[in-house]
Ligand binder design. Sequence first.
Ligand code: CA
Length: 266
Amino acid sequence: MRNSGNDSANPNPSEIDVARRLRRSLSRAALVSAAVCILSTCASAPSSGALCPYRGMEAARAAPTDEELKVVDSSKQLIGMAPNAKALVKGKQFTLDCIGTVCAIYYRLGIDLAKDFDEYPGNGVNRLYLSLKDKGVIHYDRYPRPGDIVFWDNTYDANGDGDRTDDPHTHAGIVLAVDDDGTIRYVHENLYKGVIIETMNLLRPTVAFDDSGKRLNSGMAIATVSGGPKPERNLAGDVFDSFGDALKVKGDFEAAELDAKLALIR
Ligand SMILES: [Ca+2]
């Protein structure tokens, strides 16, 4: 008994080595287990591949590219501006409503997202959605990339019929970052607060806060202008429609022609 106790308190070098290897092994097992828990918290949760069928999980979780970081930097220059404020970006004035904010952020990179708006019907959000859909870059990955456009449905009663479930493509924003737990940080024009960063989690779309108090999903769908209640589905993840990978088709939206015209008058 005593020897056993002494041995335990003063293990020899080989035993220390074994113990270290065991701890490392257990740590790796814990990490793998944690990753599995994140990606599939229950038997019915989708597999890793199903979470990011557009890009694949490895590409979705890679470090941001320089171009993606430029979108993030451009976004930061508008954060804090009031709802519907005016912003001059590369010589062009934008009204910072929801689609104006998205277009202004991209315009700083020489990308004119409104370039094909004349070809499509509806509001600006719908026109951008259709522009990107026609180019094959709409997707539904739960782990999007910085720079992806976010489209939401039913954020307000756009057609004014009192039904809060029949209004597609009513709001848009841009992904800035994605946490390991799937919480997406996006920039958008909040109708009341202006250009701000809020959160959405497509793994837990109906949960506002997790057990630690972390905000997973911001409020998104608003009460009616006439004072009616918020719809039952009002969190960002719960009214999510899709993402648009605008950077993949940036060549189709080049603002070079406009820039050249502006250069002539400067
Ligand atoms: Ca409606």
